[in-house]
Design a protein. Structure first.
Length: 126
């Protein structure tokens, strides 16, 4: 299996078919190479490694996005926890670490996005 095939399989498992189908439908000549790159690299090489579980990678990813202030993808990766098994309690623990090691403002903004996303997910499931 190629890195791209492995990456697409993992990407679908974590983010869900609907998300990946939308991303693929919105792909253009401009970002086609980038989409291939992240599928092969992030999903096919990194997320497909056996050392950490998808749950653990999910928590690490949320922490890094929050710590670096990259909140644009926080909602997407929070929604992915429905597939990775990371709980709201584990996400909060990660954000407490972000607050101590990367700063309270970063964690505060991330928690706001995560809370809203979890509430939306609960509304869809409840």
């Amino acid at each position: 299996m190629s890195d791209y095939e492995r990456g697409m399989k993992k990407r679908r498992a974590v983010l869900g078919d609907a998300h990946v189908d939308r991303a693929e439908a919105n792909k253009t000549a401009f970002d086609s190479d980038f989409q291939r790159f992240i599928t092969e690299t992030a999903w096919g090489k990194l997320w497909s490694r056996p050392t950490l579980s998808d749950r653990e990678r999910s928590i690490v990813t949320l922490s890094l996005l929050a710590a670096l202030g990259n909140v644009e993808e926080l909602a997407m990766h929070t929604r992915a926890t429905a597939n990775t098994g990371a709980s709201a309690e584990e996400i909060l623990e990660a954000m407490l670490h972000v607050a101590v090691y990367a700063g309270v403002p970063r964690a505060n903004h991330a928690i706001k996005v995560i809370k809203q996303t979890l509430a939306e997910m609960e509304g869809q499931n409840g």
